[in-house]
Design a protein. Sequence first.
Length: 310
Amino acid sequence: MVAFIDEQREVYGVGPICEVLPIAPSTYYAHQAMQADPSLRSARAKRDAWLKVEIHRVWDENFAVYGAEKVWGQLNREGIAVARCTVRRLMNEMGLVGAVRGRAFKVTTQVGEEVSRPADLVGRDFRVSRPNELWVSDLTYVATWRGFVYVAFVIDAHARRIVGWRVSTSLRSDLALDALEQAISEREDDQERRLVHHSDRGVQYLSIRYTERLAEAGIEPSVGSRGDSFDNALAESVIGLFKTEVVRRKGPWRNVEDVEFATLEWVWWINYHRLLGPIGHLPPAEYEELYYQRQEGQTEEVGLKENCLR
């Protein structure tokens, strides 16, 4: 309304315009005075202006995908005390919105019914008590100007942390196998206890080379038994984030190199910075670190008790 008066005041004058619009001339002039001298604004207006800068910073630093809930959570993690409703109101004023998941995407796994497959050791229950207890794997596709590019992920179910990934122009078993190799290499120092690898029925995960590599690493294979997306819902969820936060927002893509670089950047961000609701609005790496800290604390406590009993 004030902007409209500014545009028309030279033609009609402020008074006549205010008689037609539901605004007093004093209100308009007070607004103009505050625009010229920000120190005249109310304490709330001053805080809102400062908060808008911080909100926009958090939104920009996080791939411009955070909604009010995540922005509010990050601000409070940084020690900026603010109400969630205030963040929502200011984001609405600035026109900032979070990423919204869209339609379902094309199925890329080729089901191999004729292949003897391992048992389903998960049964759609992805709750685990520690890292390296359950890995879930899946792959998806990205359209580029030079054809489809395929991306495979291996995710640790405990913290939803991506422990392996690979990008390729070919949908073949080596794509999934390379992602698995990266996961095994990254977690090779913590594989003394039972680890289950779960996937859908895609032939990439039922290939002889893939199953042999799992056996060599001492990892138990598990394959969904019902044949729909709920069999591998956790991996589907992470891939949904990838599609929403990277593929749809940052495309169109020129070639495989562009997709690979964007995936690398996103994997680093989601592992170390993105707040995930299922793990208490913490980044996966931080959630894992808290687990190991608790384990160390329990070990020290047991050691103290043993020393006291001696």
